[in-house]
Design a protein around this ligand. Structure first.
Ligand SMILES: Cc1ncc(COP(=O)(O)O)c(C=O)c1O
Length: 363
């Protein structure tokens, strides 16, 4: 039986019960001495274009507190077996949640935690994983981890649910679990450096074979393959197209275009996309700004005539695309619609204006 879930905030003393009292004492002292902000992310700059949002290879602080197997543990001690179904077959689902730090308010805001919970539950169901954690538990765990790790700057949060049995082949049942870890974000989240992108070297898998709106580990094989190919060719990222020649999405973000009629368009679910939470936000903010914002298929030919193109995603935020396959998009620089939406988006996520209902304050 797992220890019962936190109704009170997690404390260091709730650390994994297998620790001896002496070990706990050492860990508590270490934790006080070494707050999480000592983590030094190591940025991999070995490949790709200079303006790329690099895949960050992070050296995690082994002392950071994570949530794993029903309680708090150190990152360095929260290990999955090499034979676990999740490790060998990618049978896990995950979320990428973000918490933005507002320096003036000395406040950390988690963005749209409830939406991330709902998407995680949906993905988990598809993997026959029943999440024991309620929406409230989910938020409490994240808030508690952010506090325990003394997070006072932008932070990426990775909740995940996984099939944990050591197994060759598959069974209808089996053990499952849920965990959360954090990752510091040390890049300029508001950066509007333009991306140079190419067409993916794989066609988008069809939804009846692989419904990509479920955020499942194994689904990311194609994104990883395509991203590696793009980086090796000197691009920042790639865009997937469907068998019909319509845009699907980028490797870890959704795509928007501004067409010649100044409409803001993003592909629909039937383009086999992840139904991005940032995408949903931008569609709504576009409408609030009086822009004709809609979901519609975008054929490659319309894409090439776009005035503006940009990517959205929790980690990416909003990123303008300035060229496709080496040819400039629009004027080859960041466009006015992007800039307006970008300003509104960051005013909101940093807690400086309306839509406070989307934010969960941590402190
Ligand atoms: C394949 C893919 N598409 C789109 C997105 C953007 O989704 P969201 O805005 O919910 O982060 C992500 C990010 O996780 C992704 O991995």
């Amino acid at each position: 039986m797992r220890p019962s879930l936190i109704s009170t905030p997690l404390l260091i003393s709730n650390l994994d019960f297998s620790y001896s009292r002496k070990q706990k004492h050492i860990l508590e002292r270490e934790f006080r001495d070494k707050a999480y902000h000592h983590i030094e992310p190591h940025l991999d700059t070995s490949s790709g274009n200079a303006s790329a949002i690099k895949p960050e290879r992070l050296k995690f602080n082994p002392n950071a507190i994570v949530y794993f197997e029903g309680g708090c543990k150190r990152y360095g001690e929260a290990n999955l077996s090499i034979g676990a179904e999740a490790v060998q077959y990618g049978n896990l689902c995950f979320e990428g949640v973000i918490a933005y730090w507002n320096e003036d308010q000395k406040q950390l805001y988690i963005f749209k935690a409830d939406d991330h919970y709902k998407r995680l539950v949906d993905s988990a169901k598809y993997l026959d994983i029943e999440l024991g954690e309620t929406q409230e538990d989910f938020k409490n765990i994240i808030v508690s981890l952010l506090k325990q790790n003394n997070r006072k700057s932008h932070t990426y949060i990775r909740p995940f649910a996984y099939r944990s049995d050591d197994i060759i082949g598959f069974t209808a049942n089996g053990s499952t679990d849920f965990g959360v870890y954090l990752m510091p974000i040390d890049r300029d989240v508001k950066s509007i450096k333009g991306l140079n992108v190419c067409k993916s070297n794989l066609v988008r898998a069809s939804a009846d074979a692989m419904p990509l709106w479920y955020k499942i580990g194994g689904h990311y094989y194609s994104s990883a393959h395509v991203k590696r190919d793009a980086l090796k060719k000197g691009f920042d990222d790639a865009i997937f197209f469907t068998h019909e020649g319509n845009i699907s999405e980028a490797t870890v973000s959704n795509v928007f275009i501004v067409n010649s009629k100044d409409e803001l368009i993003t592909p629909p679910k039937s383009a086999n996309i992840l139904m991005g939470i940032t995408r949903d936000t931008i569609l709504q903010l576009g409408k609030e700004l009086g822009i004709n914002a809609k979901e519609e298929h975008i054929h490659e030919s319309a894409f090439k005539d776009a005035k503006e193109v940009f990517f959205t995603g929790t980690y990416v935020g909003m990123a303008p695309v300035v060229s496709f396959e080496g040819k400039p998009i629009g004027k080859g620089s960041t466009g006015p619609v992007f800039k307006e939406l970008h300003k509104k988006y960051f005013d909101i996520v940093l807690g400086n204006t309306e839509h406070k209902e989307w934010l969960t304050p941590v402190y």
